[in-house]
Design a protein around this ligand. Structure first.
Ligand code: PLP
Length: 471
């Protein structure tokens, strides 16, 4: 149904608090973090991927600020450490900038031997230095262990290897005579697979203490520094979840401290902090941080144990809000007069594939036509796959967008798409129906406050695709 009201902007203002945060509208064009998206479209044309780096800095600094604020308010005597997770978005332009901007209590979390190459590269360029810490998570293959030991021998002593499976201890024992800093990951409840009780990662609560006593306590090759917990977004979904999981790890921490684990001084609460994926987003970061730190503080006080330093590995929270995809509507379809389709000049598989595989929801807004009438639509990508779409099913509520004027462009944006989309899609590789990867523009802010744009990657060409295919 076409609405009688004429103005999309008025419609959106009635639906949400709008303008808000990173979004505002000037002369009927959308601005994202102050960036005139219409200008970008004129300069680069669609489809395009954007990474806005200042947002990443802002989120990292916000986290440091809030953790430190809460810690000082309750006289918490531990420190806060921030790990950037490569798995969320491992691009050089992010890692270079974040490591240059901040080195105190700042480090990187990696998950495989392939990540080791990134650290080698950054260390060679003196961007990752001995001041930064490295958390090595994930399954330890022989190559991964060799890579960790090689970095250690090169002088990066600030590495904490997280024991994810019990046999990793034996693998290290065989390969190394050095004394390594380790953490142990505590298995959490499973929240993704309904048929499983526990996550497959880490060591169960039941086996934890005996594993420690048998393998680590009197082993001169290991220095237990940290207990690790990762429950992902599940941890922050409600207070009950984080109370249970945090209490579990901090109780273990106190048991180990009382058992004489002198080097143990930190806990790592992993990732899972939320990012804004809807215009209704409302999450009290400070309150949540306060509740978590307070639980730790109270348990340690009761047990008469010095409070631990706190590490986090916030992935989605850190980078999601830096990303956007901009595309043009190049076709319309309404065969049964009930379901109107807008067809884009790209596909969701080539841009934000998690929409197709995990039903991931994003903020979808028009770039132009804010003064035009509107209606509910479905958006289809260019592939022939029926999961290449975006509509109310994926948008939480009805997806309402302005009408497209005949022979004029309508541009749409999907926002806060900066986490996991490039790594879980085939960035610049093969895409469904061979729809190419869009160009990728990096935006930063110069010292004088103006925007600095650069083209990181051109749109994929047919020739590149044929080369991958062996033609
Ligand atoms: C060990 C670990 N840390 C941190 C993260 C980042 O999680 P998120 O993006 O939910 O913050 C992940 C994600 O899989 C992870 O496995």
């Amino acid at each position: 149904m076409i609405s009688k009201e004429k103005n999309y902007y008025i419609f959106l203002k009635k639906r949400y608090l709008f303008p808000q945060g990173e979004f505002e509208v000037k002369n009927n064009f959308l601005f994202f973090n102050g960036i005139d998206l219409n200008e970008i479209i004129k300069k680069y044309s669609t489809p395009l991927r954007i990474s806005f780096l200042p947002k990443i800095t802002e989120n990292i600094e916000k986290s440091f600020f809030l953790f430190k604020k809460v810690m000082s308010e309750i006289n918490y005597e531990g420190e806060y450490f921030y790990a950037y997770c490569t798995k969320t978005s491992p691009f050089s332009f992010i890692l270079d900038k974040m490591l240059k901007e901040r080195f105190k209590n700042f480090g990187i979390e990696i998950s495989s031997s392939f990540d080791i190459e990134i650290i080698r590269n950054l260390y060679k360029k003196n961007i990752f230095t001995k001041k930064n810490f490295l958390i090595c998570n994930g399954f330890k293959t022989e190559n991964y262990i060799s890579g960790i030991l090689e970095l250690y021998r090169k002088g990066l002593k600030n590495i904490i290897t997280i024991i994810d499976n019990q046999d990793e201890i034996y693998k290290y024992n065989l390969k190394s005579d050095e004394k390594l800093n380790i953490g142990i990951r505590l298995m959490t409840r499973e929240n993704f697979h309904p048929n499983l009780k526990n996550s497959r990662f880490g060591i169960s609560e039941k086996n934890f203490f005996s594993f420690y006593q048998k393998n680590i306590k009197n082993n001169s090759k290991f220095r237990l520094k940290l207990l690790h917990l990762f429950a992902g977004s599940f941890l922050f979904q409600n207070e009950n979840n984080f109370c249970i999981e945090i209490e579990k790890i901090i109780n273990l921490y106190c048991v180990l401290k009382k058992d004489g684990s002198t080097d143990l001084d930190s806990i790592n609460i992993g990732g899972g902090f939320p990012a804004k994926f809807s215009l209704d987003f409302n999450f009290d970061f400070e309150e949540t941080i306060f509740k978590i730190i307070n639980i730790i503080y109270l348990i340690c006080e009761k047990e008469n144990v010095k409070v631990p330093n706190i590490f986090t590995e916030f992935g989605t929270y850190t980078v999601a809000e830096s990303g956007a995809i901009i595309a043009s509507v190049i076709g319309e379809k309404n065969e049964n007069n009930k379901e109107k389709w807008y067809i884009l000049n790209t596909s969701f598989f080539s841009t934000i594939p998690n929409v197709c595989s995990f039903n991931k929801k994003y903020i979808c807004l028009p770039i132009n036509n804010w003064n035009k009438s509107y209606e509910e639509v479905n958006i289809g990508g260019l592939t022939c796959d029926n999961s290449d779409f975006y509509n109310k099913e994926r948008n939480i509520e009805e997806l309402v967008l302005p009408l497209k004027e005949e022979k004029k462009d309508l541009y749409l944006g999907f926002f806060n798409t900066g986490a996991y989309e490039e790594v879980l899609g085939s960035y610049s590789g093969l895409q469904h129906c061979l729809i190419p990867s869009p160009k990728h523009i990096i935006i930063d802010i110069k010292k004088d406050g103006s925007f600095d744009y650069f083209l990181f990657k051109k749109e994929q060409k047919e020739k590149e695709i044929l080369k991958i295919l062996g033609f």
